[in-house]
Design a protein around this ligand. Sequence first.
Ligand code: ADP
Ligand code: MG
Length: 362
Amino acid sequence: MKNKAPKLSITRINCIIVMLSVVLCCFVSGCGKKEGYVTKQFFAMDTWMEIQLPESCDDKDLELYFNDVEAIVRKLEACFSVTSTASDLYKLNNDINENVTLDSKELLDILKEGEYLEDLTDGAFCDKLYVISKEWGFTTGNYKVPDKAWLDAEILEIQDIMDDSNTDISVDINESSVIRPVGTCFDLGGIAKGYATDKIVDYLADKGINSAIVNLGGNIYAFGDKQGKEDRFVVGITDPFDNTLLGTVMVKDMAVVTSGNYERYFELDGERYHHIIDSTTGYPADNGLVSVTIISEDASYADGLSTALFVMGLDEAITFWENNRNSFDAILITENNEIYYTEGLLDNFVMTEKPYTCKLVK
Ligand code: ADP
Ligand code: MG
């Protein structure tokens, strides 16, 4: 079981950081050029996004592609926003009927994906925690620690809805409508960027592009060959303890998505409260992990699983990987400075010099 990941010398780190400039980007707005790629950044879904396309593309085409990609994201944002009163999701969350017909195919689609992930992860992924996230202030910025009795009651209700044997209060997503108990409020924050990434990748493939980096607020997709050569992209993994470079993975046609407790949080009376909620307690997940990176061909799946495995904690997350090992790889970092990485990363996860224990999961 135990294994040490190969370590890098400082000179090699520098070298990798140079290569990494493809993916580790300083977010300035507008367009720019970088090592064979033209980049465009924009702010959407509450985060910076960056798209890199080959500079060998025709200038006119590039402009069209960048505009279309931004339009894809903005359309999904307008549909999935949990706070904008004009969004399709807002209308669903506030509809007083049990059976709601939806115009948005994308909303039905992502809700189906959410139900799939919820079943697969036994409720660790739960897209019905909006009322709870809101009470904590994660959607408004008015942070507070909710009343425990209130949280317990809410979680009980949500668990009842998730329990498939409770057929009279379950969630049913059909071709054009959603049936759910009135008051069920969905929050797609755990999967929306992954879903948007998949849509962008489909679009780029459709346009015949053979190389791109899609980076939606750290949800990265390395598409095709690096600069059209037979080369994988090098993607940096952040050290959750100090925000420096922890290591790299080399990937092609893969999403690399990280969830961590250091990304969005507030502090009160010396306690830190982060935004990934344990669906069994209503409190921020506190199961020993500080960061989970998922590497998978499917960006929505990777996004959903990074959130879910963070909630599960180390042991459950490893068991989950063992049962689903063909669909993803993972890097799990514990609060005790241990790094666990799964077998598929054996030849392509490289650690920087760090005083952490590194274990291969087989
Ligand atoms: P980020 O969006 O910061 O990259 P994640 O992908 O892990 O991080 O998603 C966290 C978001 O997912 C939260 O802000 C919230 O909207 C939603 N969320 C919180 N807890 C859960 C959960 N247990 N299952 C699914 N979604 C969750
Ligand atoms: Mg996620």
